[in-house]
Design a protein around this ligand. Structure first.
Ligand SMILES: C[S@@+](CC[C@H](N)C(=O)[O-])C[C@H]1O[C@@H](n2cnc3c(N)ncnc32)[C@H](O)[C@@H]1O
Length: 330
């Protein structure tokens, strides 16, 4: 046979296996059991309460995926597994693997969604206080952590005295947890669904800063954000699930809610203007296709145009070490 090997295509074909193996291992706490404690398959089975056959299959798969190493019959976490897959660490992404595995029935209908242009799942963005968010928001908090830190540094939050912000669709409250942690005089307000706000209050309390965190229960499409009230505003991982006109409408409300000179921070999966970009952001367009009626992966130029229409004069777009991008508008 001439030409490239089938390796790349085979890797993609079996991509669902990788998600499943990782999601199952995370659910059964395999990496947590192995942390600091290299062990045999039999011992992993005992510690996690799964079958010996199941443990061996998962351990083979995880070693094949490069998340574990095997030496003299004992399995050990790689540095990636240790940082991102051990429960209890703030960088934990295992819950995200579990959520993505649960999404498989929706993804199976991608061919149909591609044909019709319509979602194969009920549109999460249209269901009031959808239980989907209750599972998703704690699971994705780890991804937002370094981005919230990076934005705090760029905006000088630590030395900004008694500033305030509004985090719309704040979810776990991770942005407020990070920003309140670096500035002891600041106050953070989050607007989200009631049950998500409850999760957010618990998360922020675990950082010891809940006394300066408040929540507003409501739908951000219909809730007033106030006028000239906040120094900063945050809109993280929301714009992708909204139609362009809805994003412009929300950006207008942000402009009004910010004090003169205030800054809106948008964090999302954003493509270059020629529709290239981070591979995750490029795959994410299909996630929005199957999950939402009008969400998408938008381009930098879309954000610039919408923010301009909403009255923001200056827009800076900055990449991050994660798949997401930061937009600063003032
Ligand atoms: C993808 S999560 C993002 C959470 C957080 N901003 C982050 O970046 O980690 C989307 C959030 O938007 C909230 N949300 C979705 N639609 C909403 C609406 N119409 N009104 C208020 N909140 C909404 C969800 O409850 C969820 O917390």
């Amino acid at each position: 046979m001439t030409g490239p090997s089938p390796e790349k295509v085979m890797q993609i074909i079996t991509g669902g296996w990788a998600t499943s193996i990782l999601g199952a291992a995370a659910q059964h706490g395999v990496f947590t059991a192995l942390e600091g404690n290299p062990a045999t398959a039999e011992s992993v089975a005992k510690k996690t309460g799964i079958s010996s056959r199941g443990a061996q299959a998962l351990l083979d798969g995880l070693t094949g995926l490069g998340l574990l190493t095997l030496s003299e019959g004992r399995y050990q976490n790689t540095p990636d597994a240790s940082l991102y897959l051990v429960k209890g660490k703030p960088s934990y992404l295992g819950a995200m693997a579990e959520v993505y595995l649960q999404d498989f029935p929706t993804w199976q209908k991608l061919p149909e969604a591609a044909k019709t242009g319509l979602p194969s799942a009920p549109d999460d963005s249209e269901v009031v206080d959808n239980p989907f968010w209750h599972v998703l928001v704690p699971a994705i908090a780890a991804l937002s952590f370094p981005v919230a830190q990076m934005a705090a540094e760029r905006l000088g939050i630590a030395k900004a005295s008694a500033v305030s912000w509004l985090d719309v669709g704040g979810g776990s409250g991770v942005w407020s947890a990070v920003w309140l942690g670096v500035n002891k005089q600041a106050t953070g307000t989050q607007l989200d669904w009631p049950n998500v706000n409850k999760i957010g209050r618990g998360f922020v309390a675990s950082f010891g800063v809940a006394d300066r965190f408040q929540t507003i229960d409501g739908d951000f499409h219909t809730t007033d954000f106030g006028a000239a009230k906040y120094d900063f505003a945050i809109y993280a991982h929301i714009a992708h699930m909204e139609a362009p006109a809805d994003n412009i409408a929300v950006f207008r409300k942000f402009r009004k809610a910010l004090k003169p000179g205030g800054t809106l921070v948008v964090n999302d999966f954003i493509l270059n203007d020629d529709r290239t970009g981070h591979p995750f952001a490029m795959l994410f367009a299909s996630q929005m296709l199957v999950m939402t009626k009008s969400g998408f992966t938008y381009r930098q130029s879309d954000y610039r145009q919408w923010l301009g229409e909403a009255g923001f004069k200056s827009v800076d777009i900055v990449p991050t070490p994660t798949p997401s991008t930061l937009v600063f508008a003032s």
